[in-house]
Design a protein around this ligand. Structure first.
Ligand code: SAM
Ligand code: SF4
Length: 349
């Protein structure tokens, strides 16, 4: 175990066998050692800074039917909403006043928002707010669509792969395929986006093999950002009643990701903060360095229920985030918080 941990820390690599051995034999003392190595790695790459993002959930309509998600089209109990252009800018204005430099526009896969509508909104954001990064999290679209949105000014794109195990992927995502998900991720990367992948921890049927394959997939893809959160069951989905993902396993996955991809931007996710009142602190101590705070209008928040009891920390609670980060020797950074290699690439141009 010592050899594997050392190899992870010094070489940022691991074989599948070693990874499985580690996951099968991770006693508490080794787990704590893993967290410590991951935390030290963040200090070496980005320093003791936690980047904040403003998250706007602009539509909860979705044409997909992911079994775990409260927004799935089969859930007829959700009150659906779409934010108008005016509502979107009212929220962003609030975030801008508070000094946010990244806006994440997230939603279900909602065909109402055509490329033209979205490109227009993105262009407008980039004109109104200088030096702001726009991140999209709007699911699968064609390569041409991703290109149009990139050309309109979008900088980053979050598209979790959810699980790299084909059988699990197929059984959870009716009418979707892992191959297409990966094709989308590759397209986004090739176009030039800073891409975020990631997975849900604790989906029904998950094994250590599945966790290992998620990590090895990330290592191969080398995304700029990695979102990892525990599964939390939602009453109006087919997965209601299944056990929630474990906080400990989520933290272990964050640490392993930090060690395999030292330069990745890794959030302490909302789902982690929902299952643990100290999710942010624990996440940072395990290698996370990003937090997303909600800037959606109050009426929308309740309706954007991916899972039960979603914890909402909003953009006005920066002070609280600062205090919590301080407990683990971190400071809030209000900058754009781009991926390190990305910045280097920009410098080289
Ligand atoms: N529709 C876009 C997509 O799927 O990429 C973006 C929005 S989607 C709500 C954002 C993420 O929420 C998904 O990638 C998924 O990992 C996560 N999610 C959905 N339901 C969840 C649940 N019950 N527990 C944990 N995470 C969940
Ligand atoms: Fe739609 Fe995303 Fe939820 Fe799947 S996870 S149902 S694509 S909002």
């Amino acid at each position: 175990m010592r050899y594997i941990l050392e190899k992870l820390y010094l070489k940022n690599s691991i074989t599948r066998e070693e990874l499985l051995y580690l996951l099968d034999n991770l006693e508490e003392k080794y787990r704590n050692e893993l967290y410590r190595l991951a935390y030290n790695t963040t200090l070496k790459t980005y320093g003791n800074r936690i980047f904040v993002r403003g998250l706007l959930e602009f539509t909860n309509y979705c044409r997909n039917n992911c079994k775990y998600c409260g927004l799935r089209r089969g859930n007829t109990k959700v009150e659906r909403y779409r934010l108008s252009r005016e509502e979107i800018f009212e929220s962003l204005e609030e975030g801008n006043k508070l000094g946010y430099k990244t806006f994440v526009l997230q939603g279900g896969e909602d065909p109402y928002y055509t490329d033209e509508i979205l490109a227009d909104i993105i262009k407008d954001i980039k004109t109104r707010y200088k030096d702001v990064a726009v991140t999209l999290s709007i699911g699968e679209r064609s390569r041409e669509s991703y290109e149009k949105l990139y050309n309109a000014g979008a900088d980053r794109f979050l598209l979790r792969h959810e699980t790299a195990t084909k059988e699990m992927y197929d059984s959870l995502h009716e009418g979707m395929s892992l191959e297409h998900r990966i094709e989308c991720l590759n397209n986004l990367k090739e176009i030039g986006y800073q891409v975020g992948a990631g997975f849900i921890v604790g989906l029904p049927g998950e094994t250590n093999e599945a966790l290992a394959d998620n990590l090895l997939f990330l290592k191969r893809l080398e995304p700029a950002m990695v979102g990892i959160g525990p599964f939390i069951s939602h009453p109006d989905t087919p997965l209601w009643g299944f056990k929630n993902g474990s906080v400990e396993t989520t933290l272990t996955m964050i640490s392993l990701t930090r060690l395999l991809l030292p330069n990745a931007l890794i959030p302490a996710t909302t789902a982690l903060n929902t299952l643990s009142s100290e999710g942010l602190e624990k996440g940072i101590l395990a290698g996370a360095n990003v937090v997303m705070l909600n800037l959606s209008p109050i009426e929308a928040r309740r309706k954007y229920e991916l899972y039960k009891g979603k914890e909402i920390t909003d953009i006005h609670q920066l002070k609280k985030i600062e205090e919590r980060a301080r407990k683990v020797n971190f400071k809030v950074d209000m900058g754009r918080g781009d991926h390190i290699n990305y910045k280097e690439r920009i410098k080289n141009v």
